[in-house]
Design a protein around this ligand. Sequence first.
Ligand SMILES: [Fe+2]
Length: 440
Amino acid sequence: MDSVRLAVVSCANYPAGYFNVYREVSKREDLDVVVNLGDYIYEYSSAADSYAAADAATLNRTFPADNDLELIRLKDYRRRYGIYRDDADLQTLHSKVPFIVVWDDHEVANDAWENGAANHNTGEGDYGTRKLEALQAYFEWMPIRPVFEGSDEAIFRTFRFGNLVDLHMLDTRHMGRDEQLDYLDYFTATGLDQARFTADVGSTNRTLLGAEQLLWLRASLGYSTATWQVLGQQILMGRMNLPAELLVKIATEDFDGLPAMLGELAQLKGIQLAGGTLTQEESARINTAAPYNLDAWDGYQYEREVVLGTAKQLNKNLVVLAGDTHNAWANNLKDKDGHQIGVEFATASVSSPGLEEYLELQGDQIAGAEQGIGLLADDLDYLNINQRGYMVVTFTAEEARADWYFVDTVKSRDYAIDTARSASRSVRPGADGRYLETPA
Ligand SMILES: [Fe+2]
């Protein structure tokens, strides 16, 4: 096998817009497979005040009355997949290329962990029952089954593409994940209680994959002789540390003045990177940093170290694929001691809104925020925070390469690829080649 080419997609929110991204992927004739990294459906209703549904009525993307509710029971989850499969763009894509799939949180409920979810309350009944019913509907509709006899939920498995790629598909969501930490529990009158936070987020007891899946992954990486070890999974693995004062604003959803603060901090960081002098106070502002997203691997740092340490010890070429954030990213993956281990390529969403909407950014603020975040997050090499799209990842013996493509709108069926913002990154195999590069 000389090459393998995957299209990577995630986060298709039906009321948020048209599946123009699926349409674009279906036009390609060069794909071996589509990898769907989750949020194939969302559990919300399409009421105007529901997540990302403000335009649903205008776009004629509301759900039929019998399914226009938050999904909790099996019959409703089941029906939602049927509605999605009526979408012509999704149908066309399924008719052309096979899918390799994993779920993320919204196949059950927002920000799920093993025994609960942010979008589940006791009035909605027992969470374990809801989860099993949601996962049952997924198994009924998607090309995937539990990997063990007697299991209702284990889906970690490896796809082998000759001796070129071993694609290890993971469940970071429902099987072994501890509850997410919340910054609001760590803020004091003087800011973030960094010592207590660092101890908790790095605890060796904290799990994401869980012991069984982690053991399997380490063994699989050990057995594999393929050139590329690829993790197909939901959430960002890269270290995305941002200044604590920004995190306070984000965690308290106080977005006024955020673009200006980001600009100021980025300017200080630029001076520091250029070897300029900062006052002690200025240095403290940018060096007091913590992870931006505690729902990502950044919130589960011990297991991240175990995975990266395993790849390092085995001298493997590691490429991590991620979805979940609705934005496109490329990260250099380093262990806590700063050793470069591998790279991460993350895809934008099919239609769910991204950081631009969450941070309430407009116009020039978007480019400013991209530049600022790019400077402030050390391991981050590329980002697009405001467009919907997909990613193609091509593996050969010489390189692994990601190409990102973005549509200019999901709010109209009349759309185009925004070619000005297409982007690429690559990485070479071997101990000297494991950094992101920008192809010529
Ligand atoms: Fe999503």
